[in-house]
Design a protein around this ligand. Structure first.
Ligand code: ATP
Length: 286
């Protein structure tokens, strides 16, 4: 089931001195089973938008439909716990939410909270650990003795154990080194490709958008500026530049070569294709 967003508005602190319209009428449909990037400059409304998806924020105007829930202003969400099970939201630095004394207990917390027996919850923990690239040797360890990247895996396991349909990731690679970020992105892609989870990824990293996402939504000052598949998006670098986002290195290289007179079609979006294109033109001049 796709996620339908209709005229979504969010005003913080309405009717006060601090009133601020963060979302100004977002309309879009987000495809099921795909990885959709949500990008935009800082303050454009990305986090505000995704917090509506699991009921953390309620719209002040418009509505959204997600996983069988219809969410609109002043309408109490009937089973918010179930919505939060179906839509797993991973915040920036999720490791700060770990609190139990062992990793096993931390990951088992969610299902136990939903009434699963201790025994079944611990079985689920063992099932979910390899999904985040950890093994059973971690179970008895304290979450606090792990590295930042490992802690983040434990926090993500605590969300995956509830088998969400939609996984919303708000800057999940913030603060990780390039290798850690790559591993984290590979983990999410596997969840999408192997388990068919719909993934929404808030990111500032255009290389991640290019390498791992299917679709992209661009927010600008609380409005949806563009929505397209990733290929179309990177064929139009002006869409990024016009709202102050720097295109990834490959696109900048392509633009620099185009400016030097090389004839490079817009749909050339890999290093290999770019190399072939240049090679052909250099050979033609020899
Ligand atoms: N709790 C709040 N109260 C008032 N204004 C807020 C609140 N949270 C966010 N805002 C404002 O709403 C706007 C959108 O914020 P939001 O956090 O959604 O942006 P963002 O695109 O996620 O930014 P970033 O990339 O920096 O995380 C910003 O102007 C922000 O200052």
């Amino acid at each position: 089931m796709s996620i339908e967003i209709n005229g979504l508005e969010h005003v913080y602190s309405p009717n006060t001195l601090f009133e601020h319209a963060a979302l100004k009428g977002i309309d879009c449909s987000i495809a099921e089973g795909k990885v959709t990037a949500i990008i935009g400059q800082t303050g454009s409304g990305k986090s505000t938008l995704v917090q509506h998806l699991n009921g953390l924020l309620v719209p002040t105007g418009g509505s959204l439909d997600i996983c069988g829930f219809h969410i609109q202003p002043l309408l109490k969400i009937k089973d918010i716990k179930e919505l939060r099970r179906k839509v797993g939201l991973v915040f920036q630095f999720p490791e700060y939410q770990l609190f139990e004394e062992t990793i096993e207990k931390d990951i088992a917390f969610g299902p136990k909270n939903f009434g699963t027996s201790e025994e079944d919850a611990l079985k689920l923990v063992r099932k979910v650990l390899p999904m985040v690239g950890l093994d059973e040797s971690y179970l008895d360890r304290s979450p606090f003795e792990l590295s930042g990247g490992q802690k983040r895996r434990v926090a993500i396991a605590g969300i995956l154990i509830l088998d969400p349909e939609v996984l919303v990731l708000d800057e999940p690679t913030a603060g990780l080194d390039p290798q850690g970020a790559k591993e984290m992105m590979t983990l999410f892609m596997n969840l999408n490709r192997k388990l068919n989870k719909t993934v929404l990824l808030v990111t500032h990293d255009m290389n991640h958008v290019m390498n791992y996402c299917d679709d992209v939504m661009v927010l600008d000052h609380g409005k949806l500026k563009h929505k397209s598949d990733v290929q179309t998006f990177f064929e139009h670098p002006d869409w990024m530049i016009n709202i102050g986002i720097e295109p990834p290195a490959l696109i900048r290289l392509k633009m620099a070569l185009q400016a030097k007179g090389f004839d490079i079609p817009d749909d050339v979006l890999t290093l290999e294709a770019l190399g072939n294109c240049i090679e052909k033109q250099v050979k033609a001049h020899e």
